[in-house]
Design a protein around this ligand. Structure first.
Ligand code: IVH
Length: 689
């Protein structure tokens, strides 16, 4: 009811927002968290609930808005108040000495100039406009004059402040446009591509493309799932900020809560810049994100103003680029690998070549379209590139060096592992042809192996000692044909495997035994459902009470979970509808798997939650159930509305069930209800199916 909010609740909302902003800054900007993720999540959950109850308290800079907003149909364009410039490039010491000399000549001085040296982050330039300390707009650089308004996507980047506080030295500028580079770290990039590979989606060529693709998502809920970060390196238009040097300006941004790259060196001479370039170049590979050089800027803002700009770049700054680790070599062959979901991935087999100290003989080629578009043929001389840790990639071919012996690559029509037909599927929603070709045989040994490897991996069942080679042997010897078979292994079935002595057999069986107690989120992740990575698995485990509920979950219910969209929901429902998957899951449970449900969260479900009971219950009357729920702080009402949290569906449930489905209310069984009732009195972790 609008206006019904009391001053105490209003104060609680304000306090929660401030506290969440504070801890977000500690975690994502300072890399120095003070509280546990669980404590943070609890506060966030409370704020989400309060904002849902009091919609009039909604605010565009609430921490709850970081999960994304409804999709846009297009991006608006915005004219930058001050153009977003680019930089001239220098490639060797001479270029940089020339730059320094040019500056001294223009300023008519022989004195050494003080520079600030920064890492040049390989990402996407953005402008963040703050009005009275609140993020009003985020935009891409675009052509430097006009950019695209991507505010909702920017808000999902946790290291971007949504609001900032006055600083002691500078107060609160009424207008401040901060500029910086949005990027994706190496680890986040690899995880994203790994997930895309197993989902049969096209891969991003490098972290920069992944960052650009994520920022240009019309659906900010997708951007919210991408591990984007920012380093701020400058300002556009601003008011009421008294600074005289670039370094002072960076320091004030830091005070306001913006993330500044810790590698920045303040006030250095041009000679010190050269030393620092060498250090950065050596550190480069070990950094958690990609840099492609350094940026050298005149520190004094007055001198910057005197030097001015020429066409599109400032005279007071230059990019000192690193040499790219690129080489040419011969593409000997294209091998096709089969992944967990049957995706066929072409891999380039190269004549070995040294790329910045590493011998490279394989490189990724992404997919069929990419190969065709770049006209890469077997036998071609090709350019290969290695950027940091990332898998080397074939950049392009050199057609002028062809002999006529080269051959065009086509994706095999039959799976190279099992011989079944391959297919390029159409996207369930858009109807467009998927980038990936897949083997359609779910029993394909390559898929089975990859599935089991995933199932046993660290974030999943974490079965120690069950490495790739062992999985391959178990599948090839037909000791197992699915992940569920792992729980039926005995000594006789493993003792004959290569390099398997009495002791390792015992260890393996003990590790399998130990893995059987597993938390719900890890269990869901282990299943390898398309589009369900660790993140999504965590969301499901948080919102769907038990595995049994997952068996009956509807798309509508899943869509009510923030972070789950059409494609993911469709895929989850599809998975649980398949009889063979249900059989597999039952076999796991019968084999001794015990799922640990988050008891604390379950108990919390009851207090203040609204239940509707419908249909005939087996073990108790509806009245009993009502009493028990109410005794644990839940409300029980007679009709389903958008306020209903759970509908308990007994036998022969009728129209209430239909209405709950239509409204996307979580529907639970009597078994789950019993489980929730017992959890609410017993806070120890428990297991049911
Ligand atoms: S300053 C007027 N500093 O490099 C100066 N740019 O080639 C404008 N970049 O568009 C940019 N790290 O996207 C600056 N520390 C840094 C940077 C940086 C990366 C990017 C930025 C810019 C491009 C210029």
């Amino acid at each position: 009811m609008p206006g019904a909010i009391d001053s105490q609740t209003r104060a609680e909302i304000t306090r929660l927002r401030e506290t969440l902003h504070y801890h977000n800054h500690r975690y994502h900007v300072l890399d120095d968290p003070e509280i546990s993720d669980a404590a943070y999540d609890r506060m966030m959950q409370r704020l989400i609930e309060l904002e849902a109850t009091y919609p009039e308290m909604a605010s565009p800079d609430s921490p709850t808005t970081r999960v994304g907003a409804p999709p846009l149909s297009k991006f608006e364009s915005t004219r930058h108040a001050l153009p977003m410039l680019s930089l001239d490039n220098g490639f060797d010491e001479k270029d940089i000495l020339d730059f320094d000399q040019r500056i001294r000549k223009l300023l008519a001085t022989d004195d050494a100039i003080q520079y600030t040296a920064e890492a040049k982050i390989d990402g996407i330039a953005v402008a963040l406009v703050y009005e009275n300390g609140r993020l009003a707009m985020g935009a891409t650089r675009g052509d430097g004059e006009y950019g695209e308004v991507i505010t909702e996507n920017i808000k999902t980047i946790r290291s971007v402040p949504l609001v900032f506080q006055p600083s002691k030295a500078h107060g609160l500028p009424s207008l401040l446009e901060v500029r910086g580079e949005v990027f994706m770290g190496r680890e986040g990039f690899q995880r994203l591509n790994q997930q895309r590979l197993s989902d049969g989606l096209s891969l991003f060529a490098n972290p920069r493309n992944a960052a650009a693709g994520s920022l240009r998502q019309l659906d900010s809920k997708i951007a919210a799932t991408r591990p984007l970060q920012i380093f701020c390196y400058g300002v556009g238009r601003f008011s009421d900020l008294q600074v005289t040097s670039h370094w002072q300006m960076l320091s004030s941004l830091k005070e306001f809560g913006f993330k500044i790259n810790p590698l920045t060196r303040a006030r250095v001479t041009i000679e010190e810049v050269f030393d620092y370039y060498r250090i950065l170049n050596e550190q480069r590979e070990a950094l958690p994100y990609e840099i492609d050089g350094m940026v050298i800027k005149v520190d004094d803002l007055l001198l910057q103003a005197k030097l001015g700009i020429k066409s599109r770049s400032p005279r007071w700054a230059i990019a000192y680029k690193f040499k790219a680790a690129q080489e040419t070599t011969t593409l000997l062959d294209i091998e096709v690998q089969v992944g967990r979901t049957g995706t066929l991935t072409p891999v380039a087999i190269l004549s070995p070549v040294n790329l910045a100290g590493v011998t490279v003989s394989r490189a990724s080629l992404h997919n069929e379209d990419d190969i065709a578009q770049k006209d890469i043929r077997i036998g071609d001389t090709v350019f290969v590139e290695r950027a940091g840790d990332v898998i080397p990639r074939v950049v392009k071919s050199i057609p002028s060096l062809r002999t006529g012996e080269e051959s065009v690559f086509t994706m095999p029509k039959q799976c190279p592992v099992c011989g079944a037909d391959t297919l390029r599927e159409r996207n369930l929603i858009s109807g467009r042809l998927e980038a990936a070709t897949r083997c359609m045989n779910a029993g394909c040994p390559a898929q089975v192996k990859e599935n089991i490897k995933h199932f046993a991996s660290k974030g999943a069942f974490d079965i120690e000692g069950l490495g790739d080679k062992l999985v391959a042997q178990l599948v090839e010897k037909e000791a197992i044909t699915s992940a569920a078979d792992l729980f039926y292994l005995d000594k006789s079935s493993v003792i004959d495997l290569e390099r398997m002595g009495e002791k390792s057999a015992r260890n393996l069986l003990a590790a399998v035994e130990k893995s059987k107690r597993i938390t719900f989120d890890r269990f869901i992740f282990a299943l390898g459902i398309r589009y369900v990575g660790e993140n999504v698995a965590g969301l499901i485990a948080k919102h769907i009470p038990t595995l049994e509920d997952l068996f009956h979950v509807t798309k509508e219910t899943l869509l009510t979970i923030d972070g789950i969209g059409e494609v993911i929901a469709e895929s989850i429902c599809f998975y649980f509808q398949q009889a063979q998957n249900r059989r597999l899951l039952h076999r796991m449970i019968e084999g001794g798997v015990m799922i640990q449900y988050p008891a604390a969260i379950q108990a919390e479900y009851l207090t203040g939650k609204t239940f509707v009971l419908t249909g005939t219950l087996q073990g108790m009357t509806r009245n009993d159930a009502k009493k028990q729920l109410m005794a644990r702080g839940a409300k029980v009402t007679g009709s389903v509305s958008s306020k209903t949290d759970y509908l308990v569906a007994g036998d022969a449930a009728g129209s209430k069930l239909d209405k709950a489905k239509a409204l996307g209310i979580t529907i639970i069984s009597e078994t789950t209800l019993n489980k929730m009732l017992s959890d609410a009195t017993d806070s120890s972790p428990s297991s049911v199916i």
